[in-house]
Design a protein around this ligand. Sequence first.
Ligand code: NAD
Length: 506
Amino acid sequence: MTATASAAPAAERIPHWAGNEPLTGTSERFADVFDPATGAVSATVAMAGSDDVRAVVREAVSAFPGWRDTSLAKRTQVLFRFRELLNERKQELAEIITAEHGKVLSDALGEVARGLEVVEFACGVSHLVKGEMTSNASTGVDVSSMRQPLGPVTIISPFNFPAMVPLWFAPTAIACGNAVVLKPSERDPSASMLLARLWREAGLPDGVFNVVHGDKVAVDALLENPEVKAISFVGSTPIARYMYETATGRGKRCQALGGAKNHMVVLPDADLDLAADAAVNAGFGSAGERCMAVSAVVAVDPVGDELAAKISERMDKLHVGDGRRGCDMGPLITAAHRDRVSSYVEAGVRDGAELVADGRDCRADGAAEGFWLGPTLFDHVRTDMSVYTDEIFGPVLSMLRAGTYREALDVVNTNPYGNGTAVFTENGGAAREFAEDVEVGMVGVNVPIPVPVAQYSFGGWKESLFGDTHAYGPEGIHFFTRNKVVTTRWPDPSQGGVNLGFPRNS
Ligand code: NAD
Protein backbone atom coordinates (compact mmCIF):
# COMPACT_ATOMS: atom_id res chain seq x y z
CA MET A 1 0.00 0.00 0.00
CA THR A 2 1.42 3.38 -0.84
CA ALA A 3 0.98 6.43 1.32
CA THR A 4 -1.69 8.81 0.17
CA ALA A 5 -1.38 12.56 0.59
CA SER A 6 -5.09 12.88 1.22
CA ALA A 7 -5.86 15.98 3.28
CA ALA A 8 -9.09 14.95 4.99
CA PRO A 9 -9.28 11.30 6.00
CA ALA A 10 -12.84 10.19 6.68
CA ALA A 11 -12.10 7.54 9.31
CA GLU A 12 -10.26 7.41 12.65
CA ARG A 13 -6.70 8.70 12.40
CA ILE A 14 -4.07 6.55 14.12
CA PRO A 15 -1.27 8.64 15.66
CA HIS A 16 2.26 7.72 16.72
CA TRP A 17 3.01 6.95 20.37
CA ALA A 18 5.85 8.68 22.20
CA GLY A 19 6.53 9.27 25.89
CA ASN A 20 3.46 7.15 26.79
CA GLU A 21 1.12 9.50 24.88
CA PRO A 22 -0.33 9.64 21.37
CA LEU A 23 1.71 11.93 19.10
CA THR A 24 0.05 13.45 16.05
CA GLY A 25 3.30 14.24 14.24
CA THR A 26 3.96 16.96 11.73
CA SER A 27 3.95 15.01 8.47
CA GLU A 28 0.97 15.59 6.22
CA ARG A 29 1.06 12.05 4.84
CA PHE A 30 -1.48 9.39 5.77
CA ALA A 31 -2.24 5.89 4.54
CA ASP A 32 -5.54 4.06 4.45
CA VAL A 33 -6.02 1.02 6.68
CA PHE A 34 -8.54 -1.50 5.36
CA ASP A 35 -10.81 -4.13 6.82
CA PRO A 36 -9.85 -6.90 4.37
CA ALA A 37 -13.12 -8.77 4.92
CA THR A 38 -15.24 -5.83 3.78
CA GLY A 39 -12.80 -3.88 1.62
CA ALA A 40 -13.75 -0.72 3.55
CA VAL A 41 -11.28 1.84 4.86
CA SER A 42 -11.45 1.53 8.65
CA ALA A 43 -8.85 4.15 9.61
CA THR A 44 -5.99 6.21 8.33
CA VAL A 45 -2.55 6.03 9.83
CA ALA A 46 0.00 8.82 10.16
CA MET A 47 3.05 8.26 7.97
CA ALA A 48 6.05 9.71 9.75
CA GLY A 49 8.47 12.11 8.16
CA SER A 50 12.03 12.34 9.43
CA ASP A 51 11.13 15.06 11.97
CA ASP A 52 8.50 12.77 13.50
CA VAL A 53 11.02 9.93 13.71
CA ARG A 54 13.56 12.21 15.39
CA ALA A 55 10.92 13.31 17.92
CA VAL A 56 10.01 9.72 18.78
CA VAL A 57 13.63 8.58 19.04
CA ARG A 58 14.35 11.56 21.36
CA GLU A 59 11.78 10.15 23.80
CA ALA A 60 13.59 6.82 23.81
CA VAL A 61 16.96 8.53 24.25
CA SER A 62 15.81 10.45 27.31
CA ALA A 63 14.07 7.42 28.84
CA PHE A 64 17.02 5.06 28.40
CA PRO A 65 19.37 6.08 31.29
CA GLY A 66 16.60 5.87 33.90
CA TRP A 67 15.32 2.53 32.65
CA ARG A 68 18.85 1.08 32.33
CA ASP A 69 19.43 2.00 35.99
CA THR A 70 16.07 0.61 37.17
CA SER A 71 16.65 -2.56 39.19
CA LEU A 72 15.94 -5.92 37.64
CA ALA A 73 13.43 -6.50 40.41
CA LYS A 74 11.40 -3.41 39.37
CA ARG A 75 11.70 -4.16 35.64
CA THR A 76 10.41 -7.67 36.31
CA GLN A 77 7.39 -6.30 38.18
CA VAL A 78 6.44 -4.26 35.10
CA LEU A 79 6.82 -7.34 32.90
CA PHE A 80 4.62 -9.47 35.15
CA ARG A 81 1.95 -6.77 35.14
CA PHE A 82 2.19 -6.46 31.36
CA ARG A 83 1.79 -10.22 31.09
CA GLU A 84 -1.39 -10.10 33.19
CA LEU A 85 -2.84 -7.20 31.18
CA LEU A 86 -2.05 -8.85 27.87
CA ASN A 87 -3.70 -12.04 29.03
CA GLU A 88 -6.79 -10.14 30.26
CA ARG A 89 -7.09 -8.18 27.01
CA LYS A 90 -6.15 -10.90 24.52
CA GLN A 91 -9.65 -11.11 23.07
CA GLU A 92 -9.68 -7.37 22.35
CA LEU A 93 -6.23 -7.58 20.78
CA ALA A 94 -7.27 -10.57 18.65
CA GLU A 95 -10.35 -8.69 17.43
CA ILE A 96 -8.17 -5.74 16.39
CA ILE A 97 -5.86 -8.12 14.50
CA THR A 98 -8.75 -9.80 12.68
CA ALA A 99 -10.29 -6.44 11.75
CA GLU A 100 -7.10 -5.16 10.08
CA HIS A 101 -5.26 -8.31 9.00
CA GLY A 102 -8.22 -10.52 8.16
CA LYS A 103 -7.00 -13.76 9.80
CA VAL A 104 -9.75 -15.64 11.61
CA LEU A 105 -10.30 -14.87 15.28
CA SER A 106 -9.03 -18.21 16.61
CA ASP A 107 -5.82 -17.74 14.63
CA ALA A 108 -5.42 -14.17 15.94
CA LEU A 109 -5.81 -15.53 19.49
CA GLY A 110 -3.10 -18.09 18.70
CA GLU A 111 -0.81 -15.28 17.57
CA VAL A 112 -1.33 -13.44 20.88
CA ALA A 113 -0.71 -16.66 22.82
CA ARG A 114 2.69 -17.14 21.11
CA GLY A 115 3.57 -13.51 21.93
CA LEU A 116 2.57 -14.06 25.56
CA GLU A 117 5.07 -16.92 25.76
CA VAL A 118 7.90 -14.51 25.03
CA VAL A 119 6.66 -12.09 27.70
CA GLU A 120 6.69 -14.98 30.18
CA PHE A 121 10.24 -15.87 29.13
CA ALA A 122 11.33 -12.24 29.60
CA CYS A 123 9.89 -12.27 33.15
CA GLY A 124 12.91 -14.46 34.00
CA VAL A 125 15.38 -11.76 32.95
CA SER A 126 17.11 -11.64 36.36
CA HIS A 127 18.30 -15.17 35.76
CA LEU A 128 18.98 -14.69 32.05
CA VAL A 129 21.39 -11.73 32.29
CA LYS A 130 23.54 -13.21 35.03
CA GLY A 131 27.24 -12.71 34.35
CA GLU A 132 30.18 -14.92 35.23
CA MET A 133 32.81 -14.54 37.92
CA THR A 134 36.23 -16.12 38.35
CA SER A 135 37.98 -15.47 41.58
CA ASN A 136 41.79 -15.46 41.73
CA ALA A 137 42.14 -15.73 37.93
CA SER A 138 45.63 -14.42 38.45
CA THR A 139 47.15 -14.00 41.90
CA GLY A 140 44.85 -11.64 43.77
CA VAL A 141 42.94 -10.81 40.59
CA ASP A 142 39.23 -11.49 40.08
CA VAL A 143 37.47 -11.36 36.70
CA SER A 144 33.74 -10.92 36.18
CA SER A 145 31.47 -10.31 33.21
CA MET A 146 28.17 -8.49 32.94
CA ARG A 147 25.61 -7.98 30.20
CA GLN A 148 24.45 -4.39 29.71
CA PRO A 149 21.68 -2.91 27.54
CA LEU A 150 22.48 -1.24 24.20
CA GLY A 151 20.39 1.95 24.34
CA PRO A 152 17.43 2.89 22.13
CA VAL A 153 16.65 -0.04 19.81
CA THR A 154 14.23 -0.33 16.90
CA ILE A 155 11.82 -3.08 15.86
CA ILE A 156 10.47 -3.01 12.29
CA SER A 157 7.68 -5.52 11.81
CA PRO A 158 5.67 -7.03 8.94
CA PHE A 159 1.90 -7.05 8.41
CA ASN A 160 1.33 -10.74 8.96
CA PHE A 161 1.85 -10.85 12.74
CA PRO A 162 1.00 -7.36 13.98
CA ALA A 163 1.16 -8.42 17.66
CA MET A 164 3.37 -11.51 17.77
CA VAL A 165 6.40 -10.14 15.91
CA PRO A 166 6.62 -6.97 18.07
CA LEU A 167 6.28 -9.32 21.07
CA TRP A 168 9.15 -11.48 19.77
CA PHE A 169 11.46 -8.57 20.54
CA ALA A 170 9.99 -5.82 22.75
CA PRO A 171 9.64 -7.78 26.04
CA THR A 172 13.24 -9.02 25.87
CA ALA A 173 14.62 -5.62 24.82
CA ILE A 174 12.73 -3.89 27.63
CA ALA A 175 13.57 -6.54 30.24
CA CYS A 176 17.25 -6.10 29.40
CA GLY A 177 17.01 -2.34 30.05
CA ASN A 178 16.74 -0.91 26.53
CA ALA A 179 14.25 1.68 25.25
CA VAL A 180 12.23 0.62 22.18
CA VAL A 181 10.94 2.34 19.06
CA LEU A 182 8.55 0.06 17.16
CA LYS A 183 7.80 0.74 13.48
CA PRO A 184 4.88 -1.62 12.75
CA SER A 185 3.47 -2.40 9.34
CA GLU A 186 1.42 0.52 8.04
CA ARG A 187 -1.19 -2.00 6.85
CA ASP A 188 -2.33 -3.10 10.34
CA PRO A 189 -1.05 -0.54 12.83
CA SER A 190 -3.70 -0.71 15.59
CA ALA A 191 -2.40 -3.77 17.48
CA SER A 192 0.80 -1.88 18.29
CA MET A 193 -1.24 0.96 19.79
CA LEU A 194 -3.03 -1.40 22.19
CA LEU A 195 0.32 -2.91 23.16
CA ALA A 196 1.61 0.62 23.88
CA ARG A 197 -1.35 1.38 26.13
CA LEU A 198 -0.87 -1.91 27.99
CA TRP A 199 2.82 -1.13 28.60
CA ARG A 200 1.78 2.24 30.06
CA GLU A 201 -0.86 0.59 32.23
CA ALA A 202 1.75 -1.92 33.41
CA GLY A 203 3.81 0.96 34.79
CA LEU A 204 6.50 1.18 32.12
CA PRO A 205 8.06 4.67 32.42
CA ASP A 206 7.43 7.26 29.71
CA GLY A 207 9.54 6.82 26.58
CA VAL A 208 10.64 3.21 27.14
CA PHE A 209 8.17 1.87 24.53
CA ASN A 210 7.32 4.08 21.55
CA VAL A 211 5.63 3.55 18.21
CA VAL A 212 6.29 5.41 14.98
CA HIS A 213 4.15 4.59 11.95
CA GLY A 214 5.23 4.89 8.37
CA ASP A 215 6.93 3.44 5.34
CA LYS A 216 10.41 3.63 3.82
CA VAL A 217 10.74 7.29 4.85
CA ALA A 218 10.37 6.36 8.52
CA VAL A 219 12.57 3.28 8.20
CA ASP A 220 15.36 5.22 6.51
CA ALA A 221 15.18 7.94 9.17
CA LEU A 222 15.59 5.24 11.85
CA LEU A 223 18.52 3.72 9.95
CA GLU A 224 20.19 7.13 9.68
CA ASN A 225 19.70 8.09 13.33
CA PRO A 226 22.96 7.61 15.27
CA GLU A 227 21.01 7.24 18.54
CA VAL A 228 19.43 3.98 17.33
CA LYS A 229 21.82 1.25 18.42
CA ALA A 230 20.17 -1.89 17.06
CA ILE A 231 17.53 -3.00 14.58
CA SER A 232 15.37 -6.10 14.75
CA PHE A 233 13.66 -6.42 11.37
CA VAL A 234 11.13 -8.97 10.09
CA GLY A 235 9.78 -8.80 6.54
CA SER A 236 10.52 -9.79 2.97
CA THR A 237 13.98 -10.88 1.87
CA PRO A 238 14.92 -7.88 -0.34
CA ILE A 239 14.09 -5.42 2.47
CA ALA A 240 15.76 -7.65 5.09
CA ARG A 241 18.96 -7.66 3.05
CA TYR A 242 18.77 -3.86 2.64
CA MET A 243 18.19 -3.42 6.38
CA TYR A 244 21.12 -5.61 7.32
CA GLU A 245 23.56 -4.05 4.87
CA THR A 246 22.54 -0.48 5.71
CA ALA A 247 22.32 -0.92 9.48
CA THR A 248 25.60 -2.76 9.88
CA GLY A 249 27.29 -0.33 7.46
CA ARG A 250 26.33 2.36 9.96
CA GLY A 251 27.71 0.43 12.91
CA LYS A 252 24.35 -0.76 14.26
CA ARG A 253 23.66 -4.25 15.49
CA CYS A 254 21.10 -5.89 13.18
CA GLN A 255 19.07 -9.08 12.95
CA ALA A 256 16.96 -9.11 9.78
CA LEU A 257 14.53 -12.00 9.28
CA GLY A 258 13.39 -12.41 5.68
CA GLY A 259 11.00 -14.41 3.53
CA ALA A 260 10.53 -18.13 3.13
CA LYS A 261 9.55 -21.08 1.00
CA ASN A 262 8.89 -23.89 3.43
CA HIS A 263 8.90 -27.51 2.29
CA MET A 264 7.09 -30.42 3.83
CA VAL A 265 8.69 -33.71 2.82
CA VAL A 266 6.39 -36.75 2.98
CA LEU A 267 8.20 -40.08 3.03
CA PRO A 268 6.51 -43.27 1.74
CA ASP A 269 5.94 -44.68 5.23
CA ALA A 270 4.16 -41.56 6.57
CA ASP A 271 0.58 -41.63 7.85
CA LEU A 272 -0.96 -39.93 4.82
CA ASP A 273 -4.09 -38.78 6.64
CA LEU A 274 -2.01 -36.95 9.23
CA ALA A 275 0.26 -35.57 6.50
CA ALA A 276 -2.72 -34.31 4.49
CA ASP A 277 -4.23 -32.63 7.59
CA ALA A 278 -0.88 -30.99 8.29
CA ALA A 279 -0.40 -29.79 4.70
CA VAL A 280 -3.85 -28.18 4.67
CA ASN A 281 -3.46 -26.59 8.13
CA ALA A 282 0.03 -25.26 7.44
CA GLY A 283 -0.65 -24.32 3.81
CA PHE A 284 -3.89 -22.42 4.22
CA GLY A 285 -3.94 -21.22 7.86
CA SER A 286 -3.90 -17.42 7.89
CA ALA A 287 -4.50 -17.64 4.10
CA GLY A 288 -0.88 -18.69 3.66
CA GLU A 289 0.33 -15.33 4.99
CA ARG A 290 2.73 -16.90 7.47
CA CYS A 291 6.51 -16.99 7.19
CA MET A 292 6.29 -20.59 8.46
CA ALA A 293 3.45 -21.61 6.12
CA VAL A 294 4.08 -24.77 4.13
CA SER A 295 4.05 -23.75 0.47
CA ALA A 296 5.71 -26.80 -1.12
CA VAL A 297 4.88 -30.43 -0.39
CA VAL A 298 7.52 -32.84 -1.67
CA ALA A 299 6.00 -36.32 -1.94
CA VAL A 300 8.47 -39.17 -2.22
CA ASP A 301 7.34 -41.95 -4.61
CA PRO A 302 4.94 -43.68 -4.62
CA VAL A 303 2.66 -41.64 -2.30
CA GLY A 304 2.10 -38.52 -4.48
CA ASP A 305 -1.27 -39.39 -6.07
CA GLU A 306 -2.83 -40.63 -2.85
CA LEU A 307 -1.56 -37.63 -0.88
CA ALA A 308 -2.79 -35.14 -3.51
CA ALA A 309 -6.26 -36.74 -3.38
CA LYS A 310 -6.37 -36.56 0.43
CA ILE A 311 -5.25 -32.90 0.47
CA SER A 312 -7.77 -31.94 -2.18
CA GLU A 313 -10.60 -33.74 -0.33
CA ARG A 314 -9.86 -31.69 2.80
CA MET A 315 -9.61 -28.44 0.85
CA ASP A 316 -13.15 -28.92 -0.46
CA LYS A 317 -14.43 -28.60 3.11
CA LEU A 318 -12.63 -25.34 3.96
CA HIS A 319 -14.97 -22.48 4.78
CA VAL A 320 -13.57 -19.17 3.52
CA GLY A 321 -15.00 -15.93 4.85
CA ASP A 322 -15.03 -13.13 7.38
CA GLY A 323 -12.77 -14.10 10.30
CA ARG A 324 -15.44 -12.94 12.77
CA ARG A 325 -17.90 -15.59 11.52
CA GLY A 326 -16.18 -18.77 12.61
CA CYS A 327 -14.65 -19.49 9.17
CA ASP A 328 -11.46 -21.50 8.55
CA MET A 329 -9.70 -18.99 6.34
CA GLY A 330 -10.03 -15.23 5.94
CA PRO A 331 -9.23 -12.78 3.13
CA LEU A 332 -5.82 -11.56 1.98
CA ILE A 333 -4.40 -8.35 3.39
CA THR A 334 -5.07 -6.01 0.44
CA ALA A 335 -6.73 -6.13 -2.99
CA ALA A 336 -3.30 -5.60 -4.59
CA HIS A 337 -1.83 -8.58 -2.73
CA ARG A 338 -4.84 -10.74 -3.64
CA ASP A 339 -4.32 -9.84 -7.30
CA ARG A 340 -0.60 -10.58 -7.09
CA VAL A 341 -1.27 -14.03 -5.58
CA SER A 342 -3.92 -14.65 -8.21
CA SER A 343 -1.40 -13.80 -10.95
CA TYR A 344 0.78 -16.65 -9.65
CA VAL A 345 -2.14 -19.03 -10.14
CA GLU A 346 -2.33 -17.88 -13.78
CA ALA A 347 1.46 -18.30 -14.13
CA GLY A 348 1.31 -21.83 -12.70
CA VAL A 349 -1.33 -22.82 -15.27
CA ARG A 350 0.73 -21.22 -18.07
CA ASP A 351 3.86 -23.05 -16.95
CA GLY A 352 2.06 -26.40 -17.13
CA ALA A 353 1.51 -27.28 -13.47
CA GLU A 354 -1.63 -29.35 -12.84
CA LEU A 355 -4.29 -27.15 -11.21
CA VAL A 356 -6.10 -29.48 -8.78
CA ALA A 357 -8.09 -26.82 -6.91
CA ASP A 358 -8.56 -23.24 -8.13
CA GLY A 359 -9.02 -20.60 -5.40
CA ARG A 360 -10.10 -18.00 -7.93
CA ASP A 361 -13.52 -19.71 -7.97
CA CYS A 362 -13.98 -19.13 -4.26
CA ARG A 363 -17.37 -18.12 -2.82
CA ALA A 364 -16.68 -16.43 0.50
CA ASP A 365 -18.90 -15.98 3.52
CA GLY A 366 -18.40 -12.22 3.62
CA ALA A 367 -18.88 -8.93 1.82
CA ALA A 368 -18.43 -9.04 -1.94
CA GLU A 369 -15.79 -6.28 -1.69
CA GLY A 370 -13.55 -8.37 0.63
CA PHE A 371 -10.10 -9.37 -0.62
CA TRP A 372 -10.98 -13.03 -1.19
CA LEU A 373 -9.00 -15.80 -2.77
CA GLY A 374 -9.70 -19.43 -1.95
CA PRO A 375 -7.21 -22.24 -1.40
CA THR A 376 -5.37 -23.38 -4.52
CA LEU A 377 -3.50 -26.66 -5.10
CA PHE A 378 -1.03 -27.33 -7.90
CA ASP A 379 0.40 -30.80 -8.51
CA HIS A 380 3.41 -31.89 -10.58
CA VAL A 381 5.10 -28.55 -9.98
CA ARG A 382 8.68 -28.26 -11.24
CA THR A 383 11.41 -26.29 -9.49
CA ASP A 384 11.77 -23.86 -12.42
CA MET A 385 8.14 -22.65 -12.24
CA SER A 386 7.45 -19.28 -10.58
CA VAL A 387 4.82 -20.84 -8.26
CA TYR A 388 7.77 -22.71 -6.80
CA THR A 389 10.67 -20.27 -7.07
CA ASP A 390 8.89 -17.23 -5.60
CA GLU A 391 7.52 -16.60 -2.14
CA ILE A 392 3.81 -16.14 -2.98
CA PHE A 393 2.58 -15.49 0.58
CA GLY A 394 -0.97 -16.61 -0.12
CA PRO A 395 -3.16 -19.73 -0.12
CA VAL A 396 -1.33 -21.54 -2.92
CA LEU A 397 0.15 -24.96 -2.23
CA SER A 398 2.50 -26.63 -4.70
CA MET A 399 3.09 -30.38 -4.79
CA LEU A 400 6.37 -31.69 -6.18
CA ARG A 401 7.31 -35.31 -6.74
CA ALA A 402 10.65 -36.87 -5.78
CA GLY A 403 11.84 -40.37 -6.69
CA THR A 404 13.87 -40.85 -3.51
CA TYR A 405 14.55 -39.33 -0.10
CA ARG A 406 17.87 -37.93 -1.44
CA GLU A 407 16.08 -36.19 -4.31
CA ALA A 408 13.60 -34.64 -1.87
CA LEU A 409 16.40 -33.45 0.41
CA ASP A 410 18.18 -31.90 -2.59
CA VAL A 411 15.06 -29.93 -3.50
CA VAL A 412 14.91 -28.43 0.01
CA ASN A 413 18.64 -27.75 0.24
CA THR A 414 18.89 -26.17 -3.21
CA ASN A 415 16.16 -23.66 -2.41
CA PRO A 416 17.66 -20.26 -1.50
CA TYR A 417 15.36 -19.87 1.54
CA GLY A 418 15.89 -21.80 4.76
CA ASN A 419 13.26 -20.73 7.29
CA GLY A 420 11.25 -23.82 8.26
CA THR A 421 10.74 -27.35 6.99
CA ALA A 422 9.09 -30.57 8.11
CA VAL A 423 9.45 -34.26 7.45
CA PHE A 424 6.53 -36.67 7.78
CA THR A 425 7.54 -40.26 8.48
CA GLU A 426 7.18 -43.06 11.01
CA ASN A 427 10.85 -43.95 10.68
CA GLY A 428 12.94 -42.42 13.49
CA GLY A 429 16.21 -43.01 11.65
CA ALA A 430 15.02 -41.22 8.51
CA ALA A 431 13.68 -38.32 10.56
CA ARG A 432 16.97 -38.01 12.40
CA GLU A 433 18.94 -38.05 9.16
CA PHE A 434 16.70 -35.34 7.71
CA ALA A 435 17.08 -33.12 10.80
CA GLU A 436 20.86 -33.52 10.58
CA ASP A 437 21.22 -32.95 6.84
CA VAL A 438 18.65 -30.30 5.96
CA GLU A 439 19.95 -26.75 5.52
CA VAL A 440 17.09 -24.96 7.23
CA GLY A 441 16.95 -23.14 10.58
CA MET A 442 13.80 -24.72 12.06
CA VAL A 443 12.84 -28.35 11.48
CA GLY A 444 9.68 -30.24 12.37
CA VAL A 445 9.38 -34.00 12.62
CA ASN A 446 5.67 -34.67 12.00
CA VAL A 447 5.18 -31.01 13.06
CA PRO A 448 4.32 -28.83 10.06
CA ILE A 449 4.92 -25.39 11.62
CA PRO A 450 7.93 -25.84 13.90
CA VAL A 451 7.99 -22.39 15.53
CA PRO A 452 10.27 -22.90 18.54
CA VAL A 453 8.90 -22.28 22.03
CA ALA A 454 10.13 -19.15 23.79
CA GLN A 455 13.01 -20.93 25.59
CA TYR A 456 14.65 -21.57 22.20
CA SER A 457 15.29 -18.97 19.52
CA PHE A 458 13.46 -18.39 16.24
CA GLY A 459 15.29 -17.91 12.96
CA GLY A 460 15.97 -19.30 9.53
CA TRP A 461 19.12 -19.84 7.49
CA LYS A 462 20.29 -18.63 4.09
CA GLU A 463 18.07 -15.92 2.49
CA SER A 464 15.63 -16.17 5.41
CA LEU A 465 17.87 -14.40 7.92
CA PHE A 466 20.63 -11.81 7.66
CA GLY A 467 22.79 -11.49 10.76
CA ASP A 468 23.89 -14.11 13.21
CA THR A 469 21.41 -13.77 16.04
CA HIS A 470 17.97 -15.33 16.00
CA ALA A 471 14.88 -13.84 17.64
CA TYR A 472 13.81 -14.27 21.31
CA GLY A 473 15.04 -17.02 23.67
CA PRO A 474 18.70 -16.98 24.71
CA GLU A 475 19.79 -15.38 21.43
CA GLY A 476 17.34 -12.52 22.04
CA ILE A 477 18.98 -11.82 25.40
CA HIS A 478 22.34 -11.88 23.66
CA PHE A 479 21.16 -9.50 20.93
CA PHE A 480 19.76 -6.90 23.32
CA THR A 481 22.79 -6.80 25.64
CA ARG A 482 26.51 -6.40 25.24
CA ASN A 483 29.14 -8.08 27.30
CA LYS A 484 31.61 -6.29 29.54
CA VAL A 485 34.48 -7.94 31.40
CA VAL A 486 35.88 -6.40 34.59
CA THR A 487 39.32 -7.39 35.90
CA THR A 488 39.82 -6.39 39.54
CA ARG A 489 42.71 -6.27 41.97
CA TRP A 490 42.52 -4.67 45.38
CA PRO A 491 45.91 -2.98 45.88
CA ASP A 492 48.45 -4.60 48.14
CA PRO A 493 51.63 -2.57 48.70
CA SER A 494 53.79 -5.67 48.08
CA GLN A 495 52.52 -5.78 44.45
CA GLY A 496 53.66 -2.22 43.58
CA GLY A 497 56.53 -1.33 41.22
CA VAL A 498 56.95 -0.19 37.61
CA ASN A 499 56.85 -2.89 34.88
CA LEU A 500 56.18 -1.97 31.23
CA GLY A 501 55.75 -5.60 30.09
CA PHE A 502 52.34 -6.85 28.88
CA PRO A 503 50.30 -8.09 31.88
CA ARG A 504 50.88 -11.80 32.44
CA ASN A 505 49.06 -14.20 34.71
CA SER A 506 50.93 -15.29 37.76
P1 NAD B 1 7.74 -6.04 3.87
O1 NAD B 1 9.16 -6.39 3.67
O2 NAD B 1 7.01 -5.42 2.74
O3 NAD B 1 7.60 -5.01 5.09
C1 NAD B 1 8.19 -5.25 6.34
C2 NAD B 1 8.46 -3.91 7.03
O4 NAD B 1 9.39 -3.16 6.23
C3 NAD B 1 7.21 -3.04 7.17
O5 NAD B 1 7.25 -2.41 8.42
C4 NAD B 1 7.33 -2.05 6.03
O6 NAD B 1 6.75 -0.80 6.32
C5 NAD B 1 8.83 -1.90 5.85
N1 NAD B 1 9.22 -1.65 4.46
C6 NAD B 1 8.55 -2.05 3.34
N2 NAD B 1 9.22 -1.65 2.23
C7 NAD B 1 10.31 -0.99 2.66
C8 NAD B 1 11.40 -0.35 1.99
N3 NAD B 1 11.47 -0.30 0.66
N4 NAD B 1 12.37 0.21 2.74
C9 NAD B 1 12.31 0.18 4.08
N5 NAD B 1 11.31 -0.42 4.77
C10 NAD B 1 10.33 -0.99 4.07
O7 NAD B 1 7.00 -7.35 4.40
P2 NAD B 1 5.44 -7.56 4.63
O8 NAD B 1 4.77 -7.66 3.32
O9 NAD B 1 4.92 -6.62 5.64
O10 NAD B 1 5.45 -9.01 5.35
C11 NAD B 1 5.52 -10.21 4.64
C12 NAD B 1 6.94 -10.71 4.54
O11 NAD B 1 7.51 -10.86 5.82
C13 NAD B 1 7.04 -12.08 3.89
O12 NAD B 1 8.13 -12.07 3.00
C14 NAD B 1 7.28 -13.01 5.06
O13 NAD B 1 7.94 -14.22 4.75
C15 NAD B 1 8.11 -12.14 5.92
N6 NAD B 1 8.10 -12.62 7.31
C16 NAD B 1 9.18 -13.29 7.75
C17 NAD B 1 9.19 -13.78 9.04
C18 NAD B 1 10.37 -14.53 9.55
O14 NAD B 1 10.37 -14.85 10.71
N7 NAD B 1 11.37 -14.84 8.76
C19 NAD B 1 8.08 -13.58 9.88
C20 NAD B 1 6.99 -12.88 9.38
C21 NAD B 1 7.00 -12.41 8.08
